[in-house]
Design a protein around this ligand. Structure first.
Ligand SMILES: Cc1ncc(CN)c(N)n1
Length: 215
């Protein structure tokens, strides 16, 4: 690992799966508005359950970050996006797809992802928490930034792309990567391998999540 480049080192260790996630056919189909409504409904029903646990993980990042400077962006993201924009999106999108944002039977991959996030949250180990958050947000920036303009007219697809692209989301991903880059050098080899193991599990789960959505 080269100094200051921990996030890129982690990402590179997860090839080819990383590229399979950001170029996944289901993500590409969202980008063009061509994902079948049944698949999009299944995906968003499961993702709403993902986002619940993800929001709890953001709370753990606020609690476990090692400085006030680091806590603030988590709090901002938690307040502005996870509890408002994203939440209203799920309610509107699921209604448009003929479903509701209530409790759902979890697919195995959703269970596994929630387990990983709960493990990171209860570990209260800040680098492990950042690793999971970073994979979730960086992979989503990866596929959303490949979407060609103009975005689909249908808000179900367009807003999902917009939530994961644009200056604010890029800045958020840059912050998460910057945290890993800052923490990596001090972790020692064992600590870096532990972060890699969590990072890799999260990348694999992102791929399985899109596979699940594609049916
Ligand atoms: C499965 C998954 N991974 C990541 C994200 C982006 N927050 C998401 N909504 N869903």
């Amino acid at each position: 690992m080269s100094e200051g480049n921990f996030s890129e080192w982690l990402r590179a260790q997860c090839e080819p799966t990383w590229t399979e996630v950001v170029t996944h056919p289901f993500a590409a189909a969202i980008s063009t508005g061509e994902a079948a409504a049944d698949d999009m409904r299944r995906y968003l029903i499961q993702d709403f359950q993902f986002v619940d646990t993800f929001t709890a993980l953001l709370g753990a990042a606020v609690a476990c970050a090692d400085s006030f400077d680091a806590r603030v962006p988590y709090g901002q993201f938690l307040g502005q996006v996870a509890t408002t924009e994203e939440k209203t999106y799920f309610h509107r999108a699921l209604e448009a797809l003929g479903a509701d944002a209530g409790p759902a039977v979890l697919e195995p991959v959703t269970e596994d992802f929630r387990t990983l996030m709960d493990e990171a949250r209860t570990s209260q180990d800040y680098p492990l928490i950042v690793a999971v958050l970073c994979v979730a947000e960086w992979t989503y920036l990866g596929w959303a930034s490949r979407a060609a303009q103009p975005y689909p007219d249908d808000f179900v697809y367009r807003e999902w792309i917009e939530l994961h692209e644009g200056p604010a989301f890029r800045q958020w991903v840059a912050f998460l990567r910057g945290e890993l880059d800052r923490l990596g050098p001090a972790l020692g080899e064992d600590g870096r391998q532990e972060v890699l193991s969590v990072f890799r599990r999260a990348v694999e789960l992102e791929k399985h999540f899109f596979d699940m959505a594609a049916g």
